[in-house]
Design a protein around this ligand. Structure first.
Ligand code: GAR
Length: 208
C-alpha cells in the first residue's frame, strides 16, 4: 500500500474528490496518509480532519526562500514516508530538490489543457479569466507529473470541457472542476498507485 501525501493551499475540492474516491474503493494500492498545507486557514485542512487524515501546516510565508521552504517540505515528505505526492490546488513553487526526489511520483492538477493557459501566473481563477479573454471554445484540465519546469512535466490525463457564451470565470471554474478535475485527478492517482504509468522521453504512457 503506497503512502499518498496531498499538498494543498485552499478550498480542497480536489482533495475531497480524492477522499471520496478512496472511500468508494476507486483508489487501490494507495492511501492518503497526510495532508500538508502551505496556509494555516486552508479549508482543505478541515476536510482532512473530518476524515481522520493527519494534517501538517508548513506556512509558506514563514520561510524566506524557495530553497528553505523546499527543504522543509522534503523533510516532511521523508518523515511521512511518502511514496506519492499530489498537488491538489497547491499554489507554491518547490525547487528541484523535491522534484528530483519524487521524479515521476509527484502529480499536479492544472485547470486548463496544457500547453495552453499554463506556466507562470496561470493558476486558479486567473486561468479561466484568460480562457474567456482569448475566446477559446474548449478548455479542460490536465494531470501531469511535476518537474522543475512550471506545468512542463509529462502529461498523464486530460479532459476537455466546453466554454459557453455566458460563462463567467467562476462558472467556468466550477464546470472544469466538476466535469474534469475531480474525475481525472483520482484516476491518475489510482494509475500511479498501481504502477501503470511509464515515462519515456518526457511522454507518459498508460499501461493496460
Ligand atoms: C483547482 O482548480 C486547481 O486545478 C487549481 O486551483 C484550484 C484549487 O481548488 N490549481 C492550479 O491552478 C495550480 N496551477 P481546490 O483547492 O478546491 O482543489
Amino acid at each position: 500500500m503506497k503512502n499518498i501525501v496531498v499538498l494543498v493551499s485552499g478550498g480542497g475540492t480536489n482533495l475531497q474528490a480524492l477522499i471520496d474516491s478512496q472511500k468508494n474503493g476507486e483508489i487501490t494500492g494507495g492511501k492518503i496518509t497526510c495532508v500538508i498545507s502551505s496556509k494555516p486557514d486552508a479549508y482543505a485542512l478541515e476536510r482532512a480532519r473530518k476524515n481522520d487524515i493527519k494534517t501538517l501546516v508548513l506556512e509558506r510565508k514563514l520561510y524566506k526562500s524557495v530553497a528553505d521552504y523546499s527543504r522543509a517540505v522534503l523533510d516532511a515528505l521523508n518523515e511521512e514516508k511518502a511514496d506519492i505526492v499530489v498537488y491538489a490546488g497547491f499554489m507554491t513553487i518547490l525547487d528541484d530538490s523535491v522534484c528530483s526526489a519524487y521524479e515521476n511520483k509527484m502529480v499536479n492538477v492544472h485547470p486548463a489543457l496544457i500547453p495552453s493557459f499554463c506556466g507562470k501566473g496561470y493558476y486558479g481563477l486567473h486561468v479561466h479569466e484568460e480562457v474567456l479573454r482569448r475566446g477559446v471554445k474548449v478548455t479542460g484540465a490536465t494531470v501531469h507529473f511535476v518537474t522543475s519546469e512550471c506545468d512542463g512535466g509529462p502529461i498523464i490525463l486530460q479532459k476537455a470541457v466546453e466554454v459557453r457564451n455566458d460563462d463567467t470565470p467562476e462558472i467556468l471554474q466550477k464546470r472544469v472542476m466538476e466535469q474534469a478535475e475531480w474525475k481525472i485527478l483520482p484516476m491518475a492517482v489510482s494509475l500511479l498507485c498501481e504502477d501503470r504509468i511509464q515515462v519515456t522521453d518526457n511522454v507518459a504512457h498508460i499501461i493496460d
